[in-house]
Design a protein around this ligand. Structure first.
Ligand code: ADP
Length: 191
């Protein structure tokens, strides 16, 4: 079983590359952003709580997302491998994920970290906001807040996995296919 974290700031291309990776490798895709947006659409109490944070560009509390991940892992005992997209986003989430995977006698195999300059991120997110229907993509202030959350809380995830030598940086600028091929090369090395 191979489990991958696709890591990177908002707008670094995690969603785009995840779609291509799950098609090729048949991983079970777990995107906490997508899960949270489904909860919001279904107007669940979790969704209503999460929306307050997401609309401000802040991270949703750890216990909320960790609980959600735990449910998805439980619900997918047959998965050949998981592709985590947008999770973990704090050191506490990383530790909780490692514990959950350990209970299932598996672990994170690889953290693929997409690197993109801040100017390019803001440009991409504002552009996405024109069509995505995502309220957190429309306003530059909220986008900057998300990037600051990333720098203050999420970059620690890469540091956490570096101590286990699991992190590989991939340049996230260039063509979608070129970046995809770089990611596949690293995954194939692990198969
Ligand atoms: P992006 O990475 O492009 O900002 P996502 O869809 O991954 O988009 O996340 C959107 C928002 O959902 C985040 O700004 C945050 O508020 C919330 N969110 C998603 N995943 C997590 C997580 N693992 N922990 C806390 N909040 C999260």
């Amino acid at each position: 079983m191979i489990n991958i974290i696709l890591f990177g700031p908002p707008g670094s291309g995690k969603g785009t590359q995840s779609e291509k990776l799950i098609e090729k490798y048949k991983f079970k895709h777990i995107s906490t952003g997508d899960l949270l947006r489904s909860e919001i659409a279904a107007k669940t109490s979790l969704g209503i709580e999460a929306k307050n944070f997401m609309d401000k560009g802040q991270l949703v509390p750890d216990e909320v997302v960790i609980g959600m991940i735990s449910h998805v892992l439980e619900a997918n005992p047959q998965a050949k491998g998981f592709l985590f997209d947008g999770f973990p986003r704090t050191k506490a989430q990383s530790e909780a994920l490692d514990k959950l995977l350990h209970e299932k006698h598996t672990e994170i195999s690889l953290v693929l970290a997409l690197t993109v300059s801040e100017d390019e991120l803001v440009k991409r997110l504002l552009n996405r906001g024109l069509t995505s229907g995502r309220s957190d993509d429309v306003n530059e202030e909220i986008i900057r807040a998300r990037i600051i959350e990333y720098e203050n809380k999420t970059m620690a995830v890469a540091d956490y996995y570096k101590q286990f030598n699991k992190v590989i940086a991939i340049k996230g600028e260039g063509s979608v296919n070129d970046i995809f091929n770089l990611l596949c090369k690293e995954i194939d090395n692990k198969l």
